[in-house]
Design a binder for this molecule. Structure first.
Ligand SMILES: [Zn+2]
Ligand SMILES: [Zn+2]
Length: 325
């Protein structure tokens, strides 16, 4: 009751803060200061700081050079597009959609409305049509985007349980980044190849000739090498939506440290990222990737990823994209 009275007093006195992310008008108490209350719709902290929505952001403004390089190497392999499209015909878009409609919770304005609002924020900020968003019960902290023509985003339940609202926005924005950067077709093919490797299910594919071709032509390894580098571009996209690269950094810390996070010092984590960047050896990391393909790690190496985000920000490139748009 007391809370209701506070709110109605605020309304009569006209104390409102419009959410910088979703635009919702929120009644606030007299002693409200920036970030001391959360938006009733998207649950993100209320602040008077502006939030930029990009009018016409080009992916080339934030794509990581390692992503473009690996993509060029992949595209240079003869027959890559036709063989991957053939591979995806096996699962097909409708099969992916039916699987999640049958097994996961679909997020709508009425079902988990704050997640729906966060998806809308990520899409309006980057300039992407809204995809369907699902939540799936899964203890592995992860999220992914898949599909062919109509992408869908899936968040694992453990991820939402572990992250705060800003960090959840960062993860959703990373996934929307995959759509904005036009990664979805290749990413879906990469996940399918990983799944086939993990479950030894290759023999189940009726046209396993196509799989043999993909592996012998080196498409599989080039695709997986690219998919890991594509993560770096989408971490940047996430930073462009949350507009505080440290939120992306803290999200990585949780991905790296799990439930221990309360005991982990963020500044030391960043220091570890800088240390990693100094000794970064692309060839060694590549070999390691090849060795762990079967481990099913689709978003690995949070330290590497945070080191790349720090570098991007410290080189002034993040500020440049924010300024030029
Ligand atoms: Zn809001
Ligand atoms: Zn990703």
């Amino acid at each position: 009751m007391a809370k209701k009275k506070d709110e109605s007093e605020a309304i009569t006195k006209g104390h409102f803060v419009r959410c910088r992310y979703c635009g919702q008008k929120n009644a606030v108490k007299d002693d409200y200061k920036n970030n001391s209350a959360n938006c009733g719709k998207c649950k993100l902290p209320l602040s008077n700081e502006p939030h930029k929505k990009f009018a016409d952001l080009s992916k080339h403004e934030y794509i990581h050079p390692a992503d473009s390089k690996a993509l060029a190497a992949l595209k240079a392999i003869p027959g890559v597009d036709t063989s991957l499209k053939k591979l995806l015909e096996w699962t097909g878009e409708s099969a992916i959609r039916v699987m999640f409609m049958a097994s996961a919770i679909k997020v709508t304005p009425k079902q988990c409305p704050d997640l729906h609002a966060k998806l809308q924020i990520a899409c309006t900020t980057l300039g992407v049509d809204m995809p369907d968003l699902f939540i799936q019960q899964n203890p592995v902290v992860n999220a992914f985007t898949g599909g062919v023509e109509k992408p869908i985003i899936v968040l694992h339940s453990s991820l939402i349980e572990r992250l705060n609202d800003e960090e959840t926005l960062a993860v959703i924005s990373h996934e929307v980044g995959h759509i904005h950067a036009e990664h979805v077709l290749y990413l879906t093919a990469a996940r399918l190849l990983e799944a086939l490797a993990n479950f030894g299910a290759a023999r189940l594919i009726p046209g396993s000739e196509i799989l043999k071709f993909i592996i012998s032509a080196g498409i599989g390894s080039a695709l997986l090498a690219w998919a890991r580098r594509a993560e770096l571009s989408c971490d940047r996209a996430a930073a462009l939506v949350v507009q505080d690269p440290h939120i992306v950094g803290r999200t990585m810390m949780k991905l790296a440290g799990g439930t221990l996070t309360a005991k982990i010092d963020y500044d030391q984590f960043l220091e570890q990222g800088r240390e990693f960047q100094k000794n970064y050896d692309e060839k060694k990391l590549d070999k390691f990737w090849a060795d762990i393909l079967n481990a099913g790690l689709s978003h690995p190496f949070p330290i590497w990823r945070v080191s790349e985000i720090i570098k991007w920000v410290e080189d002034g490139e993040y500020d440049e994209v924010m300024k030029n748009n």
